[in-house]
Design a protein around this ligand. Sequence first.
Ligand code: ADP
Ligand code: ADP
Ligand code: ZN
Length: 215
Amino acid sequence: MNIILLGPPGAGKGTQAQRLVERFGMRQLSTGDMLRAAVKAQTAVGLQAKAVMERGELVSDEIVSALIGEELDAMGPSVGAIFDGYPRTAAQAESLDGILAARGRQLDHVIELGVDEDALVERITGRYTCATCGKGYHDTFEQPKVAGVCDKCGGTEFKRRPDDNEATVRTRMAEYRAKTAPILPLYEARDLVKQIDGMAPMDDVTGKIAAIIKG
Ligand code: ADP
Ligand code: ADP
Ligand code: ZN
């Protein structure tokens, strides 16, 4: 099973990917997470990507497609892949076809999370994650059961992304509209797209995606 989660920043891709990993033992492939790791480790890729990410613009297609290929090679051939935040351009979508074919994989579903743009700024500016395990939270919509303690790992340190501010979110939404939304028709033509209401409560969204995966 290989699925793409598609939607603007804050649509819930990462949240849902984390849940699918737990539920189905699939693997989340988030180019955003990979790039943030590269920035932190100050690799050549990270040094190139840092300023672009801080502006909310897209990193080059070559860089992200190479990261995806490496990550797929590092996982077992029978483990399902959830692509989170990739592909984001038509060129990336085309690369992904080749990357999957070369590894004997094929795309099963492109799940589009539809959300009101007005809600995205609130989602993004309230977002934070556990610094230890990466579990996602929100100031209003998903707080830890015990304040200040991660539900998943018990960690007590949390972090916020430097690009999760209102100005950058506007640029990221514009990038999504201009470069990412246009890839939907390509997948629609292949009958791969399933639309889900991303404004619904998180559990409902998970249930709908799970139903699609189970067929
Ligand atoms: P993306 O990966 O698409 O950018 P996230 O999964 O990180 O989005 O979600 C952005 C923020 O919104 C997170 O803080 C998350 O807790 C919250 N969130 C995700 N899905 C929902 C939902 N269905 N309802 C309310 N808040 C949500
Ligand atoms: P979000 O979950 O809010 O949509 P991501 O974590 O997926 O954000 O991405 C953060 C930033 O990393 C993007 O704004 C962009 O600069 C860069 N990035 C992530 N994935 C890609 C990609 N597939 N192509 C180009 N840039 C990317
Ligand atoms: Zn944790």
